[in-house]
Design a binder for this molecule. Structure first.
Ligand code: PRX
Length: 652
């Protein structure tokens, strides 16, 4: 292999696998990986496992099977600890290298933790958790803003073999309670108060209410309160403890628990087509290999990088690219607590300049918001440290891509759009930086070893150029193993639409040369600013209002957020119902972040004669897209469509 030229090597990749567009592009190493992963996946993924520090190296790569009961199993026989791979082995080679640079949103708040410092802080917390009785295999909930303690807490859980469940700060008490009960968390870490620009978010108070709501089902023994602002908050004697005081009692060293490769590293709740959020289970070995591999390949990782992934740690992006990927690769991570434009526009550009950020990974929503700012904001910043820019979570339009490339990257940075999901653990489809030529607006090409496939609605594989349901034909190391306590739901959700394949829930279009364009969700999931919201969750929350007969939530295109949420509500009594009740129900049941853009109070919803709501029509009506409404005669009440069109037209 080594004696062949790049071109010759590429020419030997089997025809069926090569996206013709790639043939002219990949560099030698990338091209080798595609070839090896295709020819012998088992050997390829075992080789990639060497990226981690194993206590016992695995005997095999994968025993996964998408048929029958569905088994996702990676690296059987392997024993490791994720925190050792992220910390201990770098202690020997680069103890004083910055592992984490943290900046707070108030001026002058900055802290740099070397690998040695981070290791010590993780160990102190791990010892604290052990002292508080947390056992291997038990869940710990982390409900913290972007402070170093959030990352420390994740790694401390990993160290003692506890399963972390990071919970979004924007969840309502109800949303938190549901996840605390479902996971059976025994310990919670929360903040006294979190900052969000001028706003103060009462994290501890919200958690207290959540714990009251789930008192009967919850197993929480202790709440560790991280003093973020130092505000005084009520403490329940015997249950609540001050984080700073507790960790100060402990030693800065703690043996790492040996974990089987398939032992869960974390649960992460995400939305789907049904009301109940599902706790996806990620294993230790496969996920960690995937985090390390995809971070290195997608972002062309260099030891001198300062890697800033702006995602919140409660998102899978935060797990994989704030924490596990870059730290497994011995990188330096940038963590910033605040908003892009607070206290003034350009705040994030200052963070880049001040800290020499080299890789900046954010969302298209952030890019779109920055595009709207005065051009002087960008012009007054240098941004010369940047070498790679990335986006995730939603499609990026060619216009936004070009702006990002030209204005932020000054035309000299690689720009990578990355398509993936909570379920995939890490990037799946991308134009890997400096290896694959990007195409503005396209997710681009599957990473080495990712066997993306399109299927039509009959379940037939689409060959060549075409459009269809985006599926994976083979497991990959980062794949979620199950849904917590509900493997049947895992199988039902992902493996029944297209039997024998993992079904992503997305549709995609593939060009003749193999480049993928994501066309969006084909299920009832709406993507607001990259935040995944299940419409069923919204409808369930609204249903708690007894004045509502039924409701339907749909997504419509939104200039800034990508998609916006619109709700149609049928009240029990017309004329007396106030739409604010819907906002209150959504804020209480899901969280403020999911409050709809627009609410229409209507007489009825368009339904089939069997009573099924025709969401396709609601989506079109809400988006003022009235072409091609199709045959309405099959509706139970065809007149309702004109009525809704008139109402939406009048209310805008
Ligand atoms: O619809 C796709 C969209 O976000 C969904 C996954 O959401 P979540 O699990 O919250 O993970 C987001 C971060 C990885 C996908 O099913 N999505 C994600 N990335 C892209 C995208 N849509 C288009 N282009 C992307 N790059």
């Amino acid at each position: 292999m080594a004696r062949l030229s790049n071109r010759e090597r590429w020419d030997s990749v089997p025809e069926a696998f090569v996206a013709p567009g790639m043939a002219t592009q990949p560099t030698g190493e990338y091209c080798d990986m595609v070839l090896k992963a295709q020819q012998n996946p088992e050997a390829f993924w075992l080789q990639q496992a060497q990226r981690l520090a194993w206590q016992t190296f695995p005997q095999a790569a994968s025993r996964s099977d998408f048929t029958g009961d569905v088994l996702v199993q990676w690296y059987p026989g392997g024993v490791l600890n994720a925190s050792e791979s992220c910390l201990d082995r770098h202690l020997h080679t680069q103890p004083n290298k910055a592992a984490l640079i943290w900046e707070g949103q108030e001026d002058g708040q900055r802290e740099v933790l070397s690998y040695k410092d981070l290791h010590a802080r993780v160990c102190r917390l791990a010892n604290t958790m052990r002292r508080l009785g947390v056992k291997k295999g038990e869940c710990v909930a982390i409900h913290l803003p972007m402070v170093a303690e959030g990352i420390i807490a994740m790694l401390a859980c990993a160290r003692i073999g506890a399963i972390h469940v990071v919970l979004f700060g924007g969840f309502s008490p109800e949303g938190l309670a549901e996840r605390l009960s479902d996971s059976g968390a025994v310990l919670v870490l929360t903040a006294d108060v979190a900052r969000r620009g001028d706003k103060r978010i009462p994290s501890k108070e919200t958690m207290d209410t959540a714990l009251l709501r789930c008192a009967e089902k919850s197993r929480v023994q202790h709440v560790l309160v991280v003093p973020v602002t130092g505000a005084s908050v009520p403490m329940h004697v015997g249950r609540d403890l001050n984080y700073a005081q507790e960790v100060a009692k402990e030693q800065p060293d703690c043996p790492a628990e040996p974990m089987q490769a398939q032992d869960p590293l974390f649960l992460l709740y995400t939305s789907g087509s049904t009301g109940r959020p599902k706790g996806l289970v990620h294993g230790t070995g496969g996920y960690m290999v995937w985090a390390s591999f995809t971070h290195a390949v997608t972002f062309d990782h260099k030891p001198t990088d300062v890697f800033w992934c702006t995602a919140d740690i409660s998102w899978i992006t935060g797990h994989t690219y704030v924490v596990y990927g870059p730290l497994a690769n011995g990188g330096t991570i940038m963590v910033y607590e605040g908003l892009p434009s607070w206290p003034q526009p350009g705040r994030w550009w200052d963070v880049i300049d001040r800290n020499g950020v080299t890789v900046f990974y954010t969302s298209p929503t952030v890019v779109r918001a920055a595009m709207r700012e005065d051009s002087a904001v960008l012009q007054s910043r240098s941004l010369e440290s940047l070498r790679i820019l990335g986006t995730v979570g939603e499609p990026i339009s060619p216009e936004a891509w070009h702006w990002f490339h030209d204005e932020v990257g000054k035309g000299r940075c690689a720009v990578v759009d990355t398509w993936w999901q909570t379920e995939t653990g890490g990037v799946m489809i991308t134009a890997a930086a400096n290896s694959v030529t990007p195409r503005a607006g396209a997710a681009s090409l599957p990473l080495p070893g990712v066997e993306a496939t399109l299927l039509d609605t009959q379940g037939t594989v689409v060959h060549g150029a075409g459009e269809g349901l985006l599926c994976m034909a083979r497991s990959w190391p980062g794949q979620a193993q199950s849904i917590w306590q509900d493997h049947a739901r895992f199988k039902q959700t992902y493996f029944t639409t297209c039997p024998g394949y993992y079904f992503t829930g997305d549709g995609a279009r593939r060009e003749a040369d193999g480049y993928y364009w994501i066309t969006g969700r084909v299920d009832d999931v709406v993507n607001v600013s990259g935040q995944r919201i299940g419409t069923a969750e919204i409808e369930d929350a609204i249903a708690t209002d007894h004045e509502v007969v039924e409701s339907a939530a749909v997504g419509i295109p939104h200039d800034l957020k990508g998609q916006g949420l619109v709700v149609f509500v049928v009240p029990r009594a017309q004329g007396v119902f106030h739409p604010d009740a819907v906002n209150r129900a959504v804020a209480a049941g899901v969280g403020r972040y999911a409050v709809p853009e627009k609410i229409y109070v209507v007489r009825d919803l368009p339904k089939t004669r069997s009573g099924k709501i025709v969401r396709r029509l609601l989506r079109k009506i809400a988006a003022h897209d009235l072409d091609g409404l199709g045959d309405l005669s099959t509706l139970a009440d065809p007149d309702i469509v004109q009525e809704l069109i008139a109402l939406v037209g009048a209310q805008g």
